[in-house]
Design a protein. Structure first.
Length: 141
């Protein structure tokens, strides 16, 4: 990264009803499991990532328990699917400041995400794109 505000694309996130069932569908189209499903007790979700040579890394996420009050519940009622774009940033707080001063709405304050062993935050940009900001992780993750 050139500076702490450089954004590096990491993944596209999909909200699904069941991570296990969804993995097999992605594997059938040539993706391979990169990070096995992990239950994150702080976020109350199950995550995993899949990759395909020459294509985008994807993340599948679902509630870890069936809950009508879960933050993902309304998204799942609409069928789930494409949810967010994730960027790795060098300084999470500076990236949040940049996003919010450009009109973005903070949706989730910095929180530790077990899947990536780092902090993440979510900002809804003016154009309606949900962006996950991930505190610097290595290229291997």
């Amino acid at each position: 990264m050139k500076d702490n505000l450089d954004y590096r694309f990491h993944h596209i996130g999909f909200v699904v009803h069941d991570v296990g069932e969804s993995i097999s569908k992605w594997e059938a189209s040539g993706y391979r499991l990169e990070i096995s499903p992990v239950t994150d007790p702080l976020l109350n979700v199950v995550f995993c990532t899949l990759v395909k040579s020459g294509e985008l890394r994807i993340e599948l996420v679902s509630p870890s328990q069936d809950s009508k009050n879960h933050p993902l519940a309304s998204r799942l009622r609409r069928g789930g699917g494409l949810d967010h774009v994730c960027y790795v940033v060098g300084a999470l707080e500076l990236a949040i400041e940049r996003e919010t001063t450009q009109g973005g709405l903070m949706v989730m304050n910095p929180t530790f995400a077990a899947t990536f062993n780092t902090r993440v935050a979510f900002v809804l940009r003016l154009g309606g794109i949900l962006v996950e900001l991930m505190e610097g992780v290595s290229d291997a993750e």
